[in-house]
Design a protein around this ligand. Structure first.
Ligand code: ADP
Length: 195
């Protein structure tokens, strides 16, 4: 199985690149942002709890995220593998994911991190905000909060995988196809390491 954590700041292109990986490798996409937006849209209890955090660009509390991913994994039997997008975003989430996957005996193959400078990220998010309908894409202050939360709370997750020797940092600037080629090379390296 190929279980990849696709990592990077808001606007790095995780969703776009996930779609290409899904098509080529037959993987399942688990995006916690998408799952939360679905709950918001359906007005579930979880959606109501998550809304305030999401609207402000802050992280939803770990336990809510972890329980949601746990539920999602229970209904998943794709033997090809999974792409995690926007998760894990904190160290407790990363540890919880390892435990959940241990139960399934299918560990994370590795993390692929997309590196994109802040000015480019802001430009991409503002552009996306014109059509995404996402409140958190349409407000400069909320975008700034998300980038700051990424630096302080999420970036340590990269170190978590790096110290375990299952981490690849990719230049996330360029054409979608060029970046995808870099990602595929990184996937091959991670598969070699995992054996
Ligand atoms: P982006 O990467 O563009 O910020 P996402 O769609 O991944 O967008 O996430 C949108 C919002 O959903 C986040 O700002 C946060 O409030 C919430 N969220 C998504 N994933 C997580 C997570 N793993 N932990 C905590 N909050 C999350």
């Amino acid at each position: 199985m190929l279980n990849i954590v696709l990592f990077g700041p808001p606007g790095a292109g995780k969703g776009t690149q996930s779609q290409k990986l899904i098509e080529e490798f037959g993987l399942t996409h688990i995006s916690t942002g998408d799952l939360f937006r679905k709950h918001l849209g359906e007005g579930t209890e979880l959606g109501k709890k998550a809304r305030a955090f999401m609207d402000e660009g802050r992280l939803v509390p770990d336990q809510l995220v972890i329980d949601m991913v746990d539920d999602r994994l229970r209904e998943e039997n794709n033997l090809q593998g999974i792409i995690f997008d926007g998760f894990p975003r904190t160290i407790p989430q990363a540890k919880a994911l390892d435990e959940l996957l241990n139960q399934k005996e299918t560990p994370i193959t590795g993390m692929i991190a997309l590196s994109v400078p802040d000015d480019e990220l802001i430009a991409r998010i503002v552009e996306r905000g014109k059509t995404s309908g996402r409140a958190d894409d349409q407000d400069k202050a909320k975008i700034a909060t998300r980038l700051q939360v990424y630096q302080t709370e999420t970036l340590p997750v990269a170190t978590y995988y790096e110290t375990q020797g299952r981490y690849e940092l990719i230049d996330g600037v360029g054409s979608i196809d060029n970046i995808y080629e870099r990602i595929k090379e990184a996937v091959a390296r991670l598969q070699n390491i995992a054996g």
